[in-house]
Design a protein around this ligand. Structure first.
Ligand SMILES: Nc1nc2c(ncn2[C@@H]2O[C@H](COP(=O)(O)OP(=O)(O)OP(=O)(O)O)[C@@H](O)[C@H]2O)c(=O)[nH]1
Length: 368
């Protein structure tokens, strides 16, 4: 008998706790706790910044993006020592014969610079050293630096297009195959923007991977950014829509939308990304489409770039994991492939290891 009473009390407590918890999560929206029906596709959960600030003890202050590439240049130099130091060693030889130029070519190709840009660089450097009668290693280094720089192209506009018009937030759509570090990049970009004193809302439109939304929520909580997420397997476009709607309502500066990249057929990908963009643009124009590519995947990364470039208007590239590869030349190859600039590079696993890309810093880091 006593056991039965105890069980009843326990059951009542569990029910009360459940209802209380649901109300707590959804407070301020004047709604009842969610029913399975109310978690329909179009329903996205909204996590307000003030709720998040309460939930976390301390909101972090991320490192300013300025100077990050300088801080991280040692990682770039270390992983790409064969490229920079290798080229300098060959150019430092007393005579540059055919074999030496073949070696230079092979070094550039091994670093994923790509056939076209490699031929261009070798031809220009060769002509230049001959015409200018360069013999000493210091002068050869200056010439190499200038030619590498020309390939990376310092004239490209690498600023993030994150400013909206007419009082609406800028909208940055982040696309790419899952596993490239896309979600991590969205979280890191939020930190870059928060460090620049901008307010951010994150949209977890990668509804196919529940962990992606959880990850994003953690990133958001750490910097006090609101996160809009939907039910697992829900409609990514509606999450994007609600994220931008929330950004407008909160007067946020930027909305960053993480998308799913699990689709490998071009038609499916086109349908999905096209729909996300179209639906979002009922609220505000997408100001930037960033493609995330894992630098360690070489040719595979370039193939991905090609496919994404065909299905959506990519306006900027983020190259992740550049600290873990000797293929730094992919910066050149991928820019050529898409005709759009690399805007950020990932150089480590830390939350602030995403650096705004700078052509001169990059080339100087390569040459050590
Ligand atoms: N060394 C290094 N690791 C990175 C970099 N960018 C991301 N990572 C790591 O890669 C791991 C996760 O990347 P992914 O497996 O691609 O997962 P994700 O970030 O959720 O990415 P998506 O699946 O694309 O959404 C994490 O441990 C990140 O810290 C980088 O630039 N350098």
């Amino acid at each position: 008998m006593t056991t039965e009473i105890l069980l009843v009390v326990l059951a009542v407590a569990v029910v009360l706790l459940g209802v209380g918890g649901s109300l707590l999560v959804r407070r301020g929206r004047g709604e009842l706790p969610p029913t399975p029906e109310s978690l329909a596709e179009t329903e996205a959960e909204i996590h307000h910044p003030e709720q998040l600030a309460e939930a976390t003890d301390t909101v972090e202050r991320p490192e300013s993006p300025q100077g990050r590439l300088v801080r991280l240049r040692a990682r770039l130099a270390r992983s790409n020592s064969t490229l920079g130091q290798g080229l300098l060693a060959i150019l430092g030889r007393s005579t540059l014969d055919e074999d030496a130029w073949t070696e230079i070519e092979e070094t550039l190709l091994a670093a994923d610079v790509g056939v076209g840009p490699t031929t261009e660089l070798v031809d220009r450097l060769r002509t230049r050293l001959r015409v200018e009668g360069v013999h000493d290693p210091a002068a050869a280094r200056v010439a190499l630096r200038e030619e590498l720089l020309a390939l990376v192209d310092p004239s490209l506009d690498r600023s993030l297009r994150s400013t909206g018009a007419d009082g609406r937030p800028g909208v940055v759509l982040v696309v790419g195959v899952n596993g490239t570090g896309k979600t991590t990049t969205v979280g890191r970009l939020a930190r870059v923007l928060v460090a620049e004193e901008r307010t951010v809302v994150l949209g977890a439109a990668d509804t196919f991977r529940a962990a992606a939304a959880d990850q994003l929520q953690t990133w958001g909580e750490r910097v006090g950014a609101g996160v809009v997420r939907g039910p697992e397997g829900g409609d990514p476009a509606s999450v994007g829509f609600e994220a931008v709607q929330r950004g407008i309502a909160d007067g946020a500066d930027v909305v960053l939308v993480d998308t799913a990249g699990r689709l490998h057929t071009k038609a499916g990908l086109m349908d999905e990304l096209g729909k996300v963009k179209r639906v979002i643009e009922k609220q505000a124009p997408v100001t930037e489409v960033l493609l995330v590519i894992d630098a360690t995947t070489g040719q595979n990364g370039l193939t991905q770039a090609r496919v994404f470039g065909e299905v959506t208007d990519v306006t900027g590239i983020v190259l992740t994991k550049l600290d873990g590869t000797a293929r730094g030349g992919i910066v050149v190859a991928v820019q050529r492939e898409l005709g759009v600039p690399v805007k950020y590079v990932g150089l480590g696993e830390g939350p602030d290891d995403l650096a705004p890309f700078d052509a001169e810093e990059f080339v100087d880091a390569l040459l050590g």
